[in-house]
Design a protein around this ligand. Structure first.
Ligand SMILES: CC(C)=CCC/C(C)=C/CC/C(C)=C/CC/C(C)=C/COP(=O)(O)OP(=O)(O)O
Ligand SMILES: O=P(O)(O)OC[C@@H](O)CO
Ligand SMILES: [Mg+2]
Length: 249
């Protein structure tokens, strides 16, 4: 079953997409639900659940309460093998393409695979590439960070991910990065690949940055930290989703 992926591809026929990343170790499941509801009112298309230091219970309880109360897709963005929950709709089954540690390239995936099958959730195969500055996830993942002025390297990783069978490619600057991904990196990756869904995240805080990422070729724009920082989640997400729609025209 490929329901979530089909929904994503259906929306992409007419416009670009926004996902809100909720880190389950930043708030209670009840607060996560409040944030998700406001983000949906602001026009977000899906909720990603993940963080680099989460535990299984936090992930499970957050996915459970969301699944009982919201209709947009809930997609796991796993920081490790303990980030699997049957209450999600899908999982970004990701390989960390520029890690130097085989654990993050294929080890964690092998260890988690049976739990993913047992959960029955949809699998979205994804290449995950981390660019300078990389933040926590660059450090945790033993990354050989891609230099910001090397868009061709990004495109090569994107194309190799396509040839390896992945259908999603995530270009990550690191959560809370001071600067988002350079638009050239996004454009080169989009151009180099055929049917790949390009996801962009890290350090996107305002309409202008979201517009730039979508206009450059990003199919899904992810924001996480801004919902942790703002007092008005709905307005902030609305600003971002409006910019993404504008970039889709
Ligand atoms: C396929 C399965 C089950 C596991 C693969 C796991 C892999 C390859 C993970 C990549 C490395 C990693 C730690 C990714 C984390 C991605 C993520 C959830 C980032 C968002 O978290 P941050 O917001 O950076 O985390 P903190 O807020 O905790 O710093
Ligand atoms: O928290 P921000 O900076 O929005 O980043 C989102 C996501 O790309 C992190 O994995
Ligand atoms: Mg975070």
């Amino acid at each position: 079953m490929k329901i979530v992926e089909e929904q994503i591809r259906e929306i992409l026929k007419t416009r670009k997409i926004h996902f809100t990343l909720i880190d389950p170790d930043e708030q209670t499941p009840e607060s996560a639900l409040e944030i998700a509801k406001l983000a949906i009112e602001g026009g977000t298309d899906g909720i990603m659940i993940g963080g680099s230091t989460v535990n299984n219970e936090e992930v499970d309880l957050t996915c459970k309460i969301l699944s009982e109360n919201i209709d947009v897709p809930i997609i796991l963005f796993p920081g490790n093998i303990n980030s699997v929950s049957k209450y999600a709709d899908a999982i970004f089954f990701m390989t960390y393409v520029n890690s130097t540690n085989p654990y993050w390239i294929v080890g964690a995936q092998a260890l988690a695979s049976m739990a993913v099958k047992q959960s029955g959730i949809e699998v979205l195969p994804m290449g995950y590439m981390v660019v300078e500055p990389g933040g926590t996830v660059g450090w945790v993942g033993d990354a050989k960070l891609v230099p910001r002025n090397k868009p061709k390297l990004t495109a090569a990783y994107a194309l190799s991910s396509q040839y390896l069978g992945q259908r999603f490619f995530y270009i990550e600057a690191g959560s809370g990065a001071d600067k988002p991904i350079p638009p050239e990196m996004i454009a080169y990756s989009k151009k180099a690949t055929d049917d790949m869904i390009i996801i962009v995240g890290g350090g996107i805080r305002d309409a202008e940055a979201a517009y730039t990422a979508a206009k450059a070729g990003g199919d899904i724009i992810v924001t996480g930290t801004i919902v942790e920082e703002t007092d008005d989640v709905k307005s902030k997400i609305l600003e971002i989703t409006e910019a993404i729609k504008k970039a889709s025209q």
